[in-house]
Design a protein around this ligand. Sequence first.
Ligand code: FAD
Length: 511
Amino acid sequence: MKTLRLILGDQLNHKHSWYSKPEKDTLYFMAEMRQETDYVHHHIQKVVGFFAAMRNFYEHLKDNGHQVIYYEIDSEANKQDLVENLKDLIQKHDIEKFEYQLPDEYRLDEQLRNFCDSLNIENEVFDTEHFYTTRIEMADFYKGKKEMTMEYFYRDMRKKHELLMENKTNPEGGKWNFDKSNRNKWNGKPEIPHEKGFRKDVSSILTQIEKQKIKTIGNINASNFNWPTSRADSLKVLNYFCDNLLIHFGDYQDALHTEQAFLFHSRLSFSLNTKMLSPKEVVNKVIETYYDRKSEIDISQVEGFVRQILGWREYMRGMYWMKMPEYQNLNKLDNQNKLPDFYWTGKTKMNCLSHSITQSLDNAYAHHIQRLMITGNFALLTQINPDEVDAWYLGIYIDAIEWVEMPNTRGMSQYADGGIVATKPYISSGSYINKMSNYCKVCTYNVNEKTGENACPFNSLYWNFLNEKRTHFKNNQRMNMMMSLLEKMNSETLEAHITRAHEIIENPDNF
Ligand code: FAD
């Protein structure tokens, strides 16, 4: 039966059972499309990275004897819309059956379900064979439970997959979670061994994108592109991480520094989210490195990393499929302000924000704490509409795909789901930023001043936020300490915070 198989841009899984042997009646289809480049303004490195990785995957399939049709963004036959392209190919090639893999995004899932409903040929959907869990496994795990904190799901995953376990029942090292030892500030030591990077020339893809007048954000150096765009590249990044960075990963997981964009982070999210690497092989390789070098590498470094992939990544995906499509409209704190213009330029006197945003525009990357406690924290404290915050995070990062971006942004970072993902809002005044970074040392504002025009804006914003949103937190035990400090604050100080916070909220681009 003549079959057309669709491969989406984030389904570059070399090990998928589809590819075990070439079949003469099977035609694969991949396409770069305006539908995908235009639904949000993406970072230019993200568009280039996806196209380059897709093209490499296409070459790999062809080299292995598969029949593949590939549309580049400027191919004449490309209708720039997924459904229009599929209809055209089904007709042109007398296709009798259409097959696809489960998309990770609701938008594409819906589009393909509707398309299949309209077809008068057979169709079948396959698993992507990438994640540890199915779409609904986490929903089943939490059925009947009141709270859906990640920790219990993570412990269950550790047991189920027998990872970092002693005798199948006890966690290795005697504790499930070494989070408390993951909070060191980095002061220039230990040294971070520099990776050479790939230094690829991507100028021809860039020219094609520019000719199509695709609107993008951010910067790119077309002769020095450093993101992995093939499975071989991705394995290099993974090996580099295990050999050089894992040893200190946990210790400096939450650290921030002006001179080090990546610190000890793995930079594997793009390879994982495009499925060039599977979470299982990443976790297995990391654990294998730990067992090989147990005298050097502490369990806390490894557990911290495994938790991110086995815990958070699978949890976010489970949450997305449990709560979509309602999730995308949640705004429980009723935040309505506009995202400041400086999020698109990095031009602000607040050094932590200027640094994190400029680095994001330059690299299409920021690590977790920059996303959560700098840009996310400011957006929440200034009460930005979560739709705008989502659009920014979905565009700017090379790893941003909605299933993982949205629960992280709307849930964990903006508390717009009212506390499903995060049991309390991730907010802080300037003191946390100062504790974890060197940003405050060279800032226009003084982190130690609470109010007044030189005071760090985060300080007044923090208290103003708690004051304005107090009704949302009155039954939240985890907020009791903060709320009681707010209650004890003398009215003059609180008034000064409120006045200054409103100056910032009304004109954030003046700060
Ligand atoms: P490392 O710190 O080396 O961590 C290893 C891996 O763990 C990552 O590659 C990633 O696959 C996984 N991981 C770590 N934290 C998370 C998390 N919270 N959720 C899911 N997976 C996690 N991650 C994305 O992949 N895509 C996104 O669009 C995205 N948007 C985010 C938005 C906000 C507001 C926040 C706070 C976090 C977001 N994250 C997102 C999670 C996290 O910031 C990135 O996965 C991480 O910074 C990627 O860099 P790394 O590969 O060096 O990660």
